[in-house]
Design a protein around this ligand. Structure first.
Ligand code: TXA
Ligand code: MG
Length: 332
Protein backbone atom coordinates (compact mmCIF):
# COMPACT_ATOMS: atom_id res chain seq x y z
CA UNK A 1 0.00 0.00 0.00
CA UNK A 2 1.44 3.41 -0.89
CA UNK A 3 2.46 5.70 1.94
CA UNK A 4 -0.38 7.22 3.92
CA UNK A 5 -3.29 5.88 1.85
CA UNK A 6 -6.32 4.62 3.77
CA UNK A 7 -9.56 3.06 2.59
CA UNK A 8 -12.62 4.69 4.11
CA UNK A 9 -15.68 2.47 3.80
CA UNK A 10 -18.97 3.71 5.31
CA UNK A 11 -16.98 6.08 7.45
CA UNK A 12 -14.86 3.33 9.03
CA UNK A 13 -11.11 3.35 8.71
CA UNK A 14 -10.73 -0.23 7.43
CA UNK A 15 -7.01 -0.20 6.81
CA UNK A 16 -4.68 -0.56 8.51
CA UNK A 17 -6.18 -2.63 11.34
CA UNK A 18 -5.04 -0.54 14.31
CA UNK A 19 -5.51 -2.59 17.45
CA UNK A 20 -5.52 -2.03 21.22
CA UNK A 21 -3.33 -4.06 23.57
CA UNK A 22 -6.32 -6.05 24.89
CA UNK A 23 -7.67 -6.79 21.43
CA UNK A 24 -4.17 -7.84 20.30
CA UNK A 25 -3.92 -10.27 23.23
CA UNK A 26 -7.36 -11.68 22.38
CA UNK A 27 -6.44 -12.11 18.70
CA UNK A 28 -3.15 -13.80 19.63
CA UNK A 29 -4.96 -16.21 21.98
CA UNK A 30 -7.32 -17.15 19.16
CA UNK A 31 -4.40 -18.00 16.85
CA UNK A 32 -4.18 -14.78 14.82
CA UNK A 33 -1.03 -12.76 14.07
CA UNK A 34 -0.59 -9.14 15.15
CA UNK A 35 2.21 -6.60 14.68
CA UNK A 36 3.53 -5.28 17.99
CA UNK A 37 6.05 -2.61 18.92
CA UNK A 38 9.37 -3.52 20.53
CA UNK A 39 12.29 -1.28 21.40
CA UNK A 40 14.29 -2.61 18.41
CA UNK A 41 11.85 -2.94 15.49
CA UNK A 42 8.17 -3.90 15.16
CA UNK A 43 7.55 -7.65 15.35
CA UNK A 44 4.86 -9.79 13.73
CA UNK A 45 3.69 -11.85 16.69
CA UNK A 46 1.93 -15.20 16.98
CA UNK A 47 1.59 -17.91 19.65
CA UNK A 48 5.00 -19.63 19.72
CA UNK A 49 3.40 -22.94 20.78
CA UNK A 50 0.87 -23.04 17.91
CA UNK A 51 2.05 -24.30 14.48
CA UNK A 52 -0.98 -22.70 12.79
CA UNK A 53 -0.10 -19.25 14.13
CA UNK A 54 3.52 -19.77 13.11
CA UNK A 55 2.43 -20.74 9.59
CA UNK A 56 0.45 -17.47 9.37
CA UNK A 57 3.58 -15.48 10.28
CA UNK A 58 5.64 -17.12 7.52
CA UNK A 59 2.79 -16.66 5.01
CA UNK A 60 2.16 -12.97 5.80
CA UNK A 61 5.86 -12.11 5.46
CA UNK A 62 6.44 -14.45 2.48
CA UNK A 63 9.33 -15.73 4.58
CA UNK A 64 10.88 -19.12 3.75
CA UNK A 65 10.44 -21.64 6.57
CA UNK A 66 14.20 -22.25 6.75
CA UNK A 67 14.58 -18.88 8.51
CA UNK A 68 13.71 -19.50 12.20
CA UNK A 69 11.80 -17.12 14.50
CA UNK A 70 12.68 -15.45 17.81
CA UNK A 71 10.48 -16.36 20.81
CA UNK A 72 9.58 -13.38 23.02
CA UNK A 73 9.03 -13.76 26.75
CA UNK A 74 8.02 -11.29 29.47
CA UNK A 75 10.02 -12.57 32.43
CA UNK A 76 13.47 -14.17 32.83
CA UNK A 77 11.84 -17.18 34.49
CA UNK A 78 9.92 -17.87 31.26
CA UNK A 79 13.22 -18.78 29.56
CA UNK A 80 12.95 -22.28 31.04
CA UNK A 81 9.48 -22.75 29.49
CA UNK A 82 11.00 -22.72 26.01
CA UNK A 83 14.67 -23.72 26.54
CA UNK A 84 16.48 -26.46 28.44
CA UNK A 85 19.99 -27.15 29.74
CA UNK A 86 20.30 -23.39 30.14
CA UNK A 87 23.92 -22.44 30.91
CA UNK A 88 24.79 -20.05 33.76
CA UNK A 89 26.05 -17.65 31.09
CA UNK A 90 22.47 -17.16 29.89
CA UNK A 91 21.33 -16.08 33.34
CA UNK A 92 24.36 -13.81 33.75
CA UNK A 93 23.59 -12.03 30.46
CA UNK A 94 19.85 -11.95 31.17
CA UNK A 95 20.43 -10.33 34.55
CA UNK A 96 22.46 -7.54 32.93
CA UNK A 97 20.72 -6.89 29.61
CA UNK A 98 17.14 -8.17 29.87
CA UNK A 99 14.68 -6.76 29.27
CA UNK A 100 16.43 -5.35 26.23
CA UNK A 101 17.74 -5.74 22.68
CA UNK A 102 19.45 -9.13 23.18
CA UNK A 103 18.47 -12.58 21.86
CA UNK A 104 19.98 -15.79 23.25
CA UNK A 105 20.28 -19.03 21.28
CA UNK A 106 19.70 -21.97 23.64
CA UNK A 107 18.83 -25.68 23.39
CA UNK A 108 15.08 -25.84 22.75
CA UNK A 109 12.35 -27.64 24.64
CA UNK A 110 10.08 -30.03 22.71
CA UNK A 111 7.07 -27.78 23.35
CA UNK A 112 8.46 -25.35 20.72
CA UNK A 113 7.26 -26.58 17.30
CA UNK A 114 9.88 -27.37 14.66
CA UNK A 115 8.31 -24.73 12.41
CA UNK A 116 9.42 -22.03 14.88
CA UNK A 117 13.08 -23.10 14.83
CA UNK A 118 13.28 -24.39 11.24
CA UNK A 119 13.84 -27.82 12.81
CA UNK A 120 17.00 -26.63 14.59
CA UNK A 121 17.56 -28.15 18.06
CA UNK A 122 17.96 -24.59 19.38
CA UNK A 123 15.58 -21.72 20.06
CA UNK A 124 16.15 -17.95 19.93
CA UNK A 125 14.77 -16.22 23.06
CA UNK A 126 14.31 -12.52 23.81
CA UNK A 127 12.74 -10.50 26.63
CA UNK A 128 11.96 -7.10 25.07
CA UNK A 129 11.97 -3.91 27.14
CA UNK A 130 9.10 -2.14 25.36
CA UNK A 131 6.28 -1.93 27.94
CA UNK A 132 3.61 -2.52 25.28
CA UNK A 133 5.36 -5.69 24.08
CA UNK A 134 5.65 -6.92 27.66
CA UNK A 135 1.97 -6.28 28.37
CA UNK A 136 0.86 -8.05 25.20
CA UNK A 137 3.01 -11.13 25.91
CA UNK A 138 1.75 -11.22 29.48
CA UNK A 139 -1.92 -10.83 28.47
CA UNK A 140 -1.64 -13.35 25.62
CA UNK A 141 -0.45 -15.82 28.28
CA UNK A 142 2.05 -17.54 25.98
CA UNK A 143 5.51 -16.76 24.58
CA UNK A 144 5.20 -15.00 21.23
CA UNK A 145 7.20 -15.87 18.14
CA UNK A 146 7.92 -12.61 16.32
CA UNK A 147 10.14 -11.86 13.36
CA UNK A 148 10.47 -8.27 12.21
CA UNK A 149 7.11 -7.14 10.79
CA UNK A 150 8.25 -6.58 7.20
CA UNK A 151 7.99 -8.54 3.98
CA UNK A 152 10.91 -10.94 3.56
CA UNK A 153 14.11 -9.15 2.43
CA UNK A 154 12.60 -5.70 2.96
CA UNK A 155 13.73 -3.06 5.43
CA UNK A 156 12.55 -3.69 9.01
CA UNK A 157 9.81 -1.39 10.36
CA UNK A 158 10.55 1.10 13.14
CA UNK A 159 7.06 2.63 13.17
CA UNK A 160 3.49 1.36 12.94
CA UNK A 161 3.17 3.19 9.59
CA UNK A 162 6.10 1.20 8.18
CA UNK A 163 4.28 -2.01 9.17
CA UNK A 164 1.03 -0.85 7.61
CA UNK A 165 2.76 0.04 4.34
CA UNK A 166 4.08 -3.53 4.00
CA UNK A 167 1.61 -5.79 5.77
CA UNK A 168 -1.86 -4.17 5.99
CA UNK A 169 -4.42 -6.58 4.57
CA UNK A 170 -2.20 -9.58 5.44
CA UNK A 171 -2.42 -9.54 9.25
CA UNK A 172 -5.14 -9.23 11.91
CA UNK A 173 -3.88 -6.15 13.71
CA UNK A 174 -1.19 -3.56 14.34
CA UNK A 175 -0.55 -2.07 17.77
CA UNK A 176 0.93 1.42 17.47
CA UNK A 177 3.57 1.93 20.16
CA UNK A 178 5.31 4.89 18.54
CA UNK A 179 8.76 4.89 16.92
CA UNK A 180 11.25 2.23 18.10
CA UNK A 181 13.91 3.70 20.37
CA UNK A 182 16.80 1.40 19.42
CA UNK A 183 16.01 1.12 15.72
CA UNK A 184 17.94 -2.03 14.69
CA UNK A 185 17.23 -5.68 15.45
CA UNK A 186 18.52 -7.28 18.65
CA UNK A 187 22.01 -8.66 19.15
CA UNK A 188 21.86 -12.45 18.66
CA UNK A 189 24.26 -14.43 20.87
CA UNK A 190 24.70 -18.17 20.49
CA UNK A 191 25.23 -19.90 23.81
CA UNK A 192 25.41 -23.33 22.18
CA UNK A 193 28.69 -22.57 20.41
CA UNK A 194 31.97 -23.49 22.13
CA UNK A 195 32.56 -19.81 22.89
CA UNK A 196 29.57 -17.41 23.23
CA UNK A 197 29.27 -16.00 19.73
CA UNK A 198 27.60 -12.90 18.33
CA UNK A 199 25.66 -14.07 15.26
CA UNK A 200 24.08 -10.66 14.56
CA UNK A 201 25.41 -7.38 15.99
CA UNK A 202 22.99 -5.03 17.74
CA UNK A 203 22.79 -2.52 20.56
CA UNK A 204 24.23 -4.98 23.09
CA UNK A 205 27.84 -4.77 21.88
CA UNK A 206 30.61 -7.40 22.05
CA UNK A 207 32.30 -5.26 24.73
CA UNK A 208 29.12 -5.40 26.85
CA UNK A 209 28.98 -9.20 26.51
CA UNK A 210 32.67 -9.62 27.27
CA UNK A 211 32.21 -7.55 30.42
CA UNK A 212 29.76 -10.15 31.75
CA UNK A 213 31.19 -13.39 30.35
CA UNK A 214 34.88 -12.54 30.03
CA UNK A 215 34.92 -13.85 26.48
CA UNK A 216 33.03 -13.49 23.20
CA UNK A 217 33.51 -14.48 19.57
CA UNK A 218 32.04 -12.71 16.56
CA UNK A 219 30.65 -14.66 13.64
CA UNK A 220 31.48 -13.31 10.22
CA UNK A 221 28.23 -11.62 9.28
CA UNK A 222 27.58 -12.84 5.75
CA UNK A 223 27.24 -16.44 4.69
CA UNK A 224 29.19 -17.76 1.73
CA UNK A 225 27.33 -19.19 -1.24
CA UNK A 226 26.50 -22.85 -0.66
CA UNK A 227 27.39 -22.71 3.04
CA UNK A 228 24.75 -23.46 5.66
CA UNK A 229 23.82 -20.33 7.60
CA UNK A 230 24.57 -20.06 11.33
CA UNK A 231 21.86 -17.40 11.55
CA UNK A 232 19.74 -17.81 8.45
CA UNK A 233 18.92 -14.10 8.49
CA UNK A 234 22.50 -13.51 7.44
CA UNK A 235 21.62 -13.46 3.79
CA UNK A 236 23.48 -10.94 1.76
CA UNK A 237 20.46 -9.04 0.49
CA UNK A 238 18.40 -9.15 3.67
CA UNK A 239 17.85 -5.45 4.31
CA UNK A 240 17.59 -4.01 0.81
CA UNK A 241 15.35 -1.07 -0.03
CA UNK A 242 13.78 -0.97 -3.52
CA UNK A 243 15.85 2.07 -4.56
CA UNK A 244 19.52 1.03 -4.96
CA UNK A 245 21.55 2.04 -1.92
CA UNK A 246 25.32 2.49 -1.95
CA UNK A 247 27.17 2.44 1.35
CA UNK A 248 30.65 3.91 1.68
CA UNK A 249 32.97 6.47 0.16
CA UNK A 250 32.01 7.33 -3.42
CA UNK A 251 35.16 7.32 -5.55
CA UNK A 252 36.02 10.83 -6.81
CA UNK A 253 34.70 11.54 -10.30
CA UNK A 254 31.94 8.91 -10.16
CA UNK A 255 29.02 10.21 -12.27
CA UNK A 256 25.84 10.40 -10.17
CA UNK A 257 22.22 10.67 -11.36
CA UNK A 258 20.47 14.00 -10.74
CA UNK A 259 17.96 12.44 -8.40
CA UNK A 260 20.47 10.76 -6.09
CA UNK A 261 20.01 11.45 -2.38
CA UNK A 262 22.48 11.21 0.49
CA UNK A 263 22.16 10.03 4.09
CA UNK A 264 24.97 11.79 5.91
CA UNK A 265 26.65 11.08 9.23
CA UNK A 266 28.30 13.79 11.31
CA UNK A 267 30.01 16.54 9.36
CA UNK A 268 31.63 14.47 6.60
CA UNK A 269 31.86 15.92 3.13
CA UNK A 270 30.04 13.95 0.45
CA UNK A 271 29.71 14.03 -3.34
CA UNK A 272 26.29 15.72 -3.04
CA UNK A 273 24.70 17.77 -0.23
CA UNK A 274 23.20 15.82 2.69
CA UNK A 275 19.50 15.04 2.26
CA UNK A 276 19.16 13.68 5.81
CA UNK A 277 21.73 13.36 8.61
CA UNK A 278 21.75 10.26 10.85
CA UNK A 279 23.41 12.29 13.60
CA UNK A 280 24.90 15.72 13.10
CA UNK A 281 26.97 15.29 16.26
CA UNK A 282 28.22 11.87 15.12
CA UNK A 283 26.37 9.99 17.89
CA UNK A 284 26.07 6.30 16.97
CA UNK A 285 23.03 5.60 19.17
CA UNK A 286 21.13 8.47 17.57
CA UNK A 287 22.25 7.28 14.13
CA UNK A 288 20.98 3.75 14.84
CA UNK A 289 17.55 4.96 15.86
CA UNK A 290 17.25 7.00 12.63
CA UNK A 291 18.70 4.44 10.20
CA UNK A 292 15.68 2.41 9.07
CA UNK A 293 13.29 5.37 9.24
CA UNK A 294 15.57 7.27 6.81
CA UNK A 295 15.86 4.21 4.55
CA UNK A 296 12.06 3.93 4.48
CA UNK A 297 11.68 7.68 3.83
CA UNK A 298 14.04 7.69 0.85
CA UNK A 299 12.89 4.36 -0.56
CA UNK A 300 10.70 6.23 -3.00
CA UNK A 301 10.70 5.78 -6.79
CA UNK A 302 11.30 9.53 -7.25
CA UNK A 303 14.92 8.79 -6.24
CA UNK A 304 17.26 6.58 -8.23
CA UNK A 305 20.15 6.16 -5.80
CA UNK A 306 20.63 6.44 -2.02
CA UNK A 307 24.18 7.18 -0.86
CA UNK A 308 25.13 6.61 2.77
CA UNK A 309 28.25 8.05 4.42
CA UNK A 310 30.66 5.61 6.08
CA UNK A 311 29.92 5.00 9.78
CA UNK A 312 32.61 4.02 12.35
CA UNK A 313 32.56 0.23 12.85
CA UNK A 314 32.70 0.39 16.65
CA UNK A 315 30.09 -0.30 19.37
CA UNK A 316 26.57 -0.12 17.98
CA UNK A 317 28.17 1.17 14.77
CA UNK A 318 28.95 -2.51 14.07
CA UNK A 319 25.20 -3.16 13.79
CA UNK A 320 24.79 -0.21 11.40
CA UNK A 321 27.71 -1.42 9.26
CA UNK A 322 26.34 -4.97 9.21
CA UNK A 323 22.91 -3.83 7.95
CA UNK A 324 24.21 -1.23 5.49
CA UNK A 325 26.77 -3.59 3.95
CA UNK A 326 23.98 -6.03 3.21
CA UNK A 327 21.69 -3.28 1.94
CA UNK A 328 24.37 -1.89 -0.37
CA UNK A 329 24.82 -2.54 -4.05
CA UNK A 330 28.35 -3.85 -4.59
CA UNK A 331 29.47 -1.30 -7.16
CA UNK A 332 28.35 2.21 -7.95
O1 TXA B 1 15.02 -7.23 17.55
C1 TXA B 1 14.65 -8.30 17.09
O2 TXA B 1 15.30 -9.34 17.24
C2 TXA B 1 13.34 -8.32 16.28
C3 TXA B 1 12.19 -7.96 17.23
C4 TXA B 1 10.85 -8.12 16.60
O3 TXA B 1 12.31 -8.74 18.40
N1 TXA B 1 13.14 -9.56 15.63
C5 TXA B 1 13.86 -9.95 14.57
O4 TXA B 1 13.44 -11.15 14.03
O5 TXA B 1 14.78 -9.32 14.11
P1 TXA B 1 13.91 -11.68 12.59
O6 TXA B 1 13.10 -12.89 12.35
O7 TXA B 1 13.80 -10.60 11.60
O8 TXA B 1 15.38 -12.12 12.83
C6 TXA B 1 15.60 -13.25 13.62
C7 TXA B 1 16.94 -13.82 13.35
C8 TXA B 1 16.99 -14.47 12.02
O9 TXA B 1 18.13 -14.04 11.34
C9 TXA B 1 17.10 -15.93 12.36
O10 TXA B 1 17.83 -16.59 11.43
C10 TXA B 1 17.79 -15.90 13.71
O11 TXA B 1 17.20 -14.81 14.33
N2 TXA B 1 17.48 -17.11 14.49
C11 TXA B 1 16.30 -17.48 14.97
N3 TXA B 1 16.39 -18.67 15.59
C12 TXA B 1 17.67 -19.06 15.50
C13 TXA B 1 18.40 -20.21 15.95
N4 TXA B 1 17.81 -21.19 16.62
N5 TXA B 1 19.72 -20.26 15.68
C14 TXA B 1 20.34 -19.25 15.00
N6 TXA B 1 19.70 -18.15 14.55
C15 TXA B 1 18.39 -18.04 14.79
MG1 MG C 1 13.97 -9.50 9.92
Amino acid sequence: MPNGIRFFIFGFDMYPPWTTIDEAARLLKSGEVVAIPTETVYGLAGNAFDPNSLAKIFAAKERPTFDPLIVHICDISQMSEVAQNIPEEAYALAKMYWPGPMTLILPKKDIIPDLCTSALPTVAVRFPSHPVAQEIIWKAGVPLAAPSANLFKHVSPTSAEHVANQLAGRISGIVDGGPCAVGVESTIISLVAEVPTVLRPGAVTPEMIEKVLGRVAIKESTSKPGEPMAAPGQMDTHYRPQVPLYYGVVPAGTPLPANAVRIAFGNQKGPIPATLNLSESGNLTEATSNLYAFMHDLDNPQYSLILVDPIPNVGVGMAINDRLKRASIKKI
